[in-house]
Design a protein around this ligand. Structure first.
Ligand code: DI6
Ligand code: FE
Length: 401
């Protein structure tokens, strides 16, 4: 058994469930860590004996941050399309003309697994520098078995390169690859019979995602992918209602999806289906901002129905080249009228739930993993308040500072 460590003299935002109003704040708190787990939180005079003590000097401790929706691994970048959009082309026009996701597919197919790891590391480091301890990474820029597996292997390797937990999501149904033009149903067959089973056989898949959209796949096509996921015992999630309302979120919820993501065009009448199935609503204010979307996700209806709301960077080369989860929290407040407490819950407790990790991380409670962020701030609202300022003091991953 490894020695117990203490973090003393801290203000702790536990973010534990049932501790609303927000934060679950405890002043003058001590946290004890043993075997990479939190074993105690409370007053110093009740803490267990310890081999090492870190005095936090009244700093704030939160759970380590969780970025629960990213496309962190990709080849190239799309600065040229950013420029084209500012010269009058729309995101959908560019996608339909063979740019967009497809141009990243070409670059990702051409990259080696090493290239993908090397180019993702600076983005991962930017997130880690702001206290991220868990990140979800999707495939979806390969769209053939070889490249989808290459992306997922690269994602897995990042866990060895940095002190971070990685969840890998298979997103074969992200876009139609050029070799299947006009044959979307055949591509879905290929996903269901070859790609997804191959990725699963190599233990590269924690969850299965899709893009349900006019420029993506229909609800009927997504249903086939979800049926295959279910037959393999894999949980699902879905990019739904980002640019239009095809009813993807309620389809996902009926499959017990971990999350439905984006949701700008979600009809308020579909919100109860998310609530009833325990599906997290993952909002992505970076993509909303970057595409200059004007339709807001139905935050009031989600809140009223008690749907847990997560927020994430959606880090990707097309619609959200964003590597700051703190800025994402600020955007959730300024663009979506979420409160700073909801924003912090969105990158801790609710993000953990969106990854099926709520028993391991996302709140500070005895028994949870010791993934923590120590901040040079005195109140958690400051994490959403600043723009472009990073007050991280230290990060703790699995008990190691
Ligand atoms: N929705 C998004 O915002 C990203 N993927 C998706 O399904 C965008 C991906 C890209 O433009 O490269
Ligand atoms: Fe996405």
């Amino acid at each position: 058994m490894s020695a117990t460590q203490l973090l003393t003299n801290a203000t702790v935002a536990t973010m534990a469930p049932g501790t609303l109003p927000p934060y679950g704040l405890i002043e003058n708190a001590t946290i004890a860590i043993r075997d990479s787990k939190i074993v105690f939180i409370g007053p110093a005079n009740e803490a267990p004996e310890a081999a090492s003590v870190e005095d936090c000097a009244e700093r704030l401790i939160t759970p380590g941050l969780i970025d629960c929706h990213t496309h962190l691994i990709f080849g190239g970048n799309r600065a040229n399309e950013f420029e084209a959009r500012l010269n009058g082309k729309s995101y959908e026009e560019i996608a339909r003309a063979g740019g967009g996701i497809r141009s990243t597919v070409t670059a990702t197919r051409a990259a080696s697994e090493d290239d993908l790891v090397t180019s993702a590391l600076p983005r991962l480091d930017a997130l880690i520098a702001e206290g991220v301890t868990t990140i979800e990474i999707k495939s979806g820029y390969g769209l053939d078995t070889e490249t989808e597996l290459k992306m997922l292997r690269a994602a897995k390797r990042l866990e060895g390169e940095r002190a971070v937990r990685v969840r890998k999501t298979f997103l074969g149904a992200h876009a139609l690859p050029p070799e299947y033009d006009g044959r979307a149903d055949d591509y879905i067959d290929h996903i269901c019979t070859d790609m997804l089973p191959a990725a699963h056989a190599e233990k590269l898949v924690d969850a299965v995602d899709g893009f349900c959209e006019g420029i993506g796949f229909t609800p009927a096509q997504i249903t086939r992918v979800f049926d295959t996921a279910q037959s393999l015992g894999l949980p699902v999630k879905l990019h739904a209602e980002q640019l239009s309302d095809l009813g993807g979120a309620k389809l996902a919820a009926r499959y017990g999806a971990l999350s439905a993501d984006h949701l700008e065009y979600l009809a308020p009448e579909d919100v109860p289906t998310l609530a009833a199935n325990g599906t997290v609503a993952t909002l992505l204010p970076g993509a909303f901002y970057y595409l200059r979307e004007t339709k807001h996700p139905p935050v009031d209806a989600l809140r009223a129905a008690g749907v847990p709301i997560a927020i994430a960077t959606d880090c990707n080369p097309g619609s959200s080249p964003l590597t700051s989860l703190l800025l994402t929290m600020n955007m959730a407040c300024t663009l979506f009228s979420m409160t700073p407490g909801e924003a912090l819950a969105g990158v801790t407790r609710n993000a953990a739930k969106a990854l099926d990790l709520e028993n391991e991380c996302g709140s500070i409670e005895p028994g949870k993993g010791a993934d923590l962020a120590i901040w040079d701030v005195s109140h958690p609202s400051e994490l959403s308040y600043f723009i472009g300022h990073n007050p991280l003091y230290k990060r703790v991953f699995e008990g190691a500072i």
